[in-house]
Design a protein around this ligand. Structure first.
Ligand code: FMN
Length: 160
């Protein structure tokens, strides 16, 4: 069964809550989902999955250092993630505080790895974002993100 790895960093729980909703979305499409805090993942874990979804709080307008350090370590597998499906989500403290650019910054890393990232013409265009404790509608958007990634994996078929 295709697997999606959801990797997040969270200190006060907001991003973790989003990650759980993303996981729910992946599972609702019949795919396997593994949801782990970035400190419990090694770059090698990226190899055996078809989808990778990453989430972080916004810290000074970009992702948390823990997520950036993990992405930097993933250079070890540069070129090996090509064709996998990816997506990003981010939590912020205030509207306009950089939550969208945080999602975009993480998306850039996925693109640099050669991954396939689907935009969203109706919801959060660049990846799902939320401010503060996630609202029911933000969690619905997160679930939708998981569903969309899972559906795209099914449409693309095996990537490795
Ligand atoms: C060091 C630090 C820097 C932050 N910088 C920003 C920021 O630039 N913009 C913003 O909107 N929120 C900022 N925040 C708020 C967090 O992004 C927000 O509280 C987020 O929901 C925390 O996610 P978590 O509960 O998963 O840890 C910052 C918080 C901390 C601790």
């Amino acid at each position: 069964m295709p697997t999606v790895l959801i990797i997040y960093y969270s200190k006060t729980g907001n991003t973790e809550e989003m990650a759980k909703a993303v996981e729910e979305g992946v599972k609702s499409e019949g795919l396997r989902a593994i949801c782990k805090k970035v400190t419990r993942v090694t770059p090698k874990d990226l190899l055996g999955v078809e989808g990778i979804i990453i989430g972080s709080p916004t810290y000074y307008g970009t992702m948390a250092a823990e997520m950036k350090a993990f992405l930097d370590r993933s250079v070890r597998y540069h070129g090996k993630l090509e064709g996998k499906v990816g997506a990003a989500f981010a939590s912020g403290g205030v509207l306009g505080g950089g939550v969208e650019t945080t999602a975009l910054d993480m998306t850039k890393a996925l693109l640099i790895h050669g991954m396939v990232v689907q935009g969203d013409p109706w919801g959060s265009h660049y990846g799902t974002v939320s401010v503060g404790k996630s609202s029911p509608s933000a969690r619905r958007e997160c679930k939708k993100l998981g569903e969309r990634v899972a559906r795209l994996i099914k449409r693309l078929g095996p990537t490795f």
